[in-house]
Design a protein around this ligand. Structure first.
Ligand SMILES: [Fe+2]
Ligand SMILES: [Fe+2]
Length: 412
């Protein structure tokens, strides 16, 4: 590591600032802040804590030595999230409450008059030696502490190899500026996430409203989404694809909002005309979810339109077959029926798993994509765990049988 130079780091800081302000995913943002802070200071390791109400939550950690020794993934797995009280007893806590930067040459030799102590538990557990530590408050525009950036073991190359040294006071203004930029970016990312969450919540309620009309419980939506994720994970989908699948599957029957009660709630068989009307729920759903460039709504629209297509081409509304049916639609078609068969409904008991497996086997390559059936059958234990975790209770059904049982306490 060359000697620290403010000029050489200032340009880098501007670039980092731009990157930070354009990152809206909090996890990615924190990783970037930590990595850049380590580069600026030559730190071997570091952690980020965020203030959450009355606690300081450990969010992420990076450690060059342990990553080299164990590999990136194993190193990441060492650090589980935990909370610290927001008080001066820990170093990070002290920095958060005092709003002061703390630069310690050796955490095993802290001045006894200092209010904080170093907790060596993590060092012992991971066979690591922390010595120098630089902890900075990350403060937003209102001068409130958003979190703490903690950098560990500044290293310098020497003729004898790498050596841990105290953090150079020359680097403090630059890393302080990075911490301030990070704080603003964190506040923005949190706002974006809160907005996204409330938007998704509204979208999901549309799906729930449709299922409620059809006397399906909220658990049906949860189970269908979870089964879909189980298949998606086994297909090797990435995080983004899984998120779209999760939301898309949840919205499959949105179009039932437009089907008349006389058909939706008719006991017994539907006439051919009534069946044709019922089938319109795919088109109605696609219409409700149409016209947005948002990827989640686009995925939801695709699922609403295609979840009653069949692998053999005998489904509706378009009679698509095989891989011409979008993957999310094929997945949802299978897991929606799997859920209908394997869980209890207002009008029928749950089928035994043997019976469900038999039906899926018969419909493999007819109603359903054979590859997806195989994946589901290979992971039946996990699917069954989802079924029992999100099973409907008697009270869930009773609300549909008798609305007068719905109490004001249930809705407040
Ligand atoms: Fe449907
Ligand atoms: Fe459904």
């Amino acid at each position: 590591m060359p000697a620290f130079s403010f000029e050489s780091q200032a340009g880098q800081l501007i670039k980092v600032g731009l990157a930070l302000s354009s990152t809206r995913v909090l996890g990615d943002l924190l990783e970037m802040v930590l990595l850049e802070a380590r580069k600026l200071t030559g730190a071997d390791a570091g952690s980020v804590y965020l203030v959450d109400g009355s606690v300081l939550r450990f969010e992420t950690s990076q450690n060059g030595t342990l990553s080299e020794r164990l590999g990136e993934d194993a190193c990441r797995a060492l650090f589980k999230t935990y909370e610290l009280p927001l008080n001066a007893e820990s170093i990070a806590g002290y920095v958060a409450v005092s709003k002061e930067m703390v630069n310690i040459a050796d955490v095993y030799d802290i001045d006894p008059s200092a209010p904080y102590r170093f907790n060596p538990a993590s060092d012992r557990a991971n066979d690591y030696s922390t010595h120098s530590m630089l902890s900075l408050p990350m403060m937003d525009q209102k001068d409130e502490v958003v979190g703490v950036l903690q950098l560990i073991n500044a290293t310098r190359e020497t003729p004898e190899g790498k050596r841990v040294v105290p953090f150079d006071s020359m680097c403090l203004p630059v890393v302080g500026a990075l911490a301030s930029q990070a704080a603003v970016a964190i506040v923005n990312a949190k706002l974006t996430m809160a907005l996204q969450k409330s938007w998704l919540d509204s979208v999901l309620r549309l799906g729930l409203a449709a299922e409620y009309r059809d006397k399906e419980t909220a658990n049906h939506i949860t189970r269908v989404s979870e089964y879909a994720l189980l298949l998606g994970r086994n297909l090797g989908m990435d995080k983004n694809g899984l998120e779209l699948l999760h939301w898309g599957a949840a919205m499959h029957d949105t179009g039932k909002l437009g089907i008349p009660d006389s058909i939706l709630h008719k006991p017994g068989l539907l006439t051919p005309e009534e069946r044709a009307t019922m089938e319109y729920h795919t088109l109605i759903g696609a219409l409700i979810l149409k016209g947005d460039s948002n990827p989640i709504l686009m995925a939801s629209q695709s699922v609403a339109l295609t979840h009653h297509e069949r692998w053999d081409g005998n489904g509706y509304p378009r009679g698509l077959s095989g891989e011409a049916i979008p993957l999310f639609g094929r997945i949802t078609a299978l897991v929606d029926v799997f859920d209908a068969l394997s869980s209890r409904r207002v009008y029928k008991p749950a089928f035994s798993m043997e019976k469900v497996v038999q039906i899926l086997g018969e419909e493999r390559g007819r109603h359903f994509d054979p590859t997806l059936v195989d994946i589901l059958l290979d992971n039946l234990d996990e699917a069954d765990a989802i079924r029992t975790t999100h099973a409907d209770t008697e009270a869930d059904f009773e609300k549909f049988r008798n609305y007068s049982l719905l109490k004001i306490e249930d809705v407040l």
